[in-house]
Design a protein around this ligand. Structure first.
Ligand code: KG4
Length: 333
């Protein structure tokens, strides 16, 4: 089954063709990150306009790269939330039109379910049940994946996402947007214990996370050093931030796996590209007898292939959209 899938929830416009959930025939992506970099973050209005300009060309490219004609498409899939509402609406409306014009079913896909499904592409043997650590620019959550379309959130951030925390601290340090990768490069050679940064304890659900206190502490530290004219060891600060974020995530993911009796953990989302977090996950999983799946970097960020992968399983479960399909800025997994 060939699924033509669209993703436009943030600042990447993407179209892909995925066969039977696991085989990527094409994966066309146009990132707008450079356009938003001058503003230090994504400008929603610009994102929407750029999606409008790009999406039709990317659909043609995805089909051409796959060596398929429009009539070879069996279904059309699209991210319908969560994300920037104007950006999502571009993909949703384009996909609705494509499904209607081709006379093919429409499959709405949750963005984070897509991130998790990136693992199905990378690891053909991976099947639910497993535990997923979803860490991106807009979300941070630990998800128990009981089946392809049956998931429960075990813990989630109460405020900022892990990626947002990296991005905002990077901005105050004068690094380019998105700040996760530049922060990682800056952290190399830095001492991760030099700057004491807070670790959050969240009342109610110990698997919930919080990153806003950490973000504020790092930002205040930078500003205070500037005001006092003190030299800031930027590398060590970046390393200390990565250590604090990783300590927020990794022990909770391991604890969630223990509670659910899961022996398999899969990472997902842009922040899963972080080398400190990947290293800490590898160590913690090894120590706890958990099999770890870390998708390759190109599948960690937003892409259309992951949406096409998840769409196959949504289709099997009977999920269909129609002309009334809407987009949602917030959407339960
Ligand atoms: O999954 P993604 O591409 O988009 C969302 O769905 O949000 O994630 C983007 C986020 C950004 O916050 C970016 O700074 C972060 O992933 N990121 C990283 C790294 N590469 C990307 N964060 C830390 N370390 C990295 N190497």
């Amino acid at each position: 089954m060939n699924i033509l899938a669209f993703e436009s929830s943030c600042d990447e416009t993407a179209a892909a063709v995925v066969r039977d959930g696991r085989q990527v025939l094409s994966d066309a992506i146009l990132s707008q990150a450079d356009m938003h970099a001058v503003y230090g973050g994504v400008v929603p209005e610009i994102a929407s306009r750029k999606h409008v300009e790009a999406i039709a060309g990317l659909a043609d490219k995805a089909l051409a790269d796959a060596g398929l004609r429009k009539t070879d498409v069996d279904a059309v899939a699209v991210t319908y939330g969560p994300g920037l509402i104007g950006a999502l609406l571009v993909g949703v409306n384009f996909a609705k039109s494509a499904a209607l014009a081709l006379g093919r079913p429409l499959i709405p896909v949750h963005h984070l379910r897509g991130h998790i499904a990136a693992n199905y592409i990378a690891f053909p043997e991976l099947e639910p049940p497993f535990l997923a650590l979803c860490i991106s620019g807009g979300n941070s959550m630990i998800v128990d994946v009981r089946d392809y379309t049956d998931m429960t959130i075990m813990g989630a951030t109460r405020d900022d996402a892990a990626g947002e925390c990296f991005d905002k601290i990077a901005r105050v340090l004068g690094l380019p947007y998105p700040g996760g990768k530049p922060m990682q490069e800056l952290a190399r050679g830095g001492g991760d214990g030099k700057y004491p940064l807070p670790r959050a304890k969240v009342a109610g659900n110990p698997l919930d996370m919080s990153f806003s206190g950490l973000k504020t502490a790092a930002v205040n530290l930078i500003h205070n050093a500037g005001q006092k004219g003190e030299a800031l060891d930027r590398s060590s600060l970046a390393a200390s931030v990565a250590a604090a974020i990783s300590e927020e995530l990794v022990p909770r993911a391991i604890e969630a796996a223990r509670r659910q009796g899961r022996r398999v953990l899969a990472a997902a989302g842009g922040v899963a590209a972080n080398e400190r977090i990947r290293g800490d996950l590898e160590r913690a999983c090894r120590d706890n007898g958990i099999r770890l799946y870390l998708p390759p970097l190109r599948l960690c960020g937003d892409n259309g292939a992951m949406i096409g992968a998840q769409a196959y399983y949504e289709y099997q479960a009977g999920v269909r959209g129609d002309a009334s399909l809407n987009a949602y800025a917030n959407l339960e997994i």
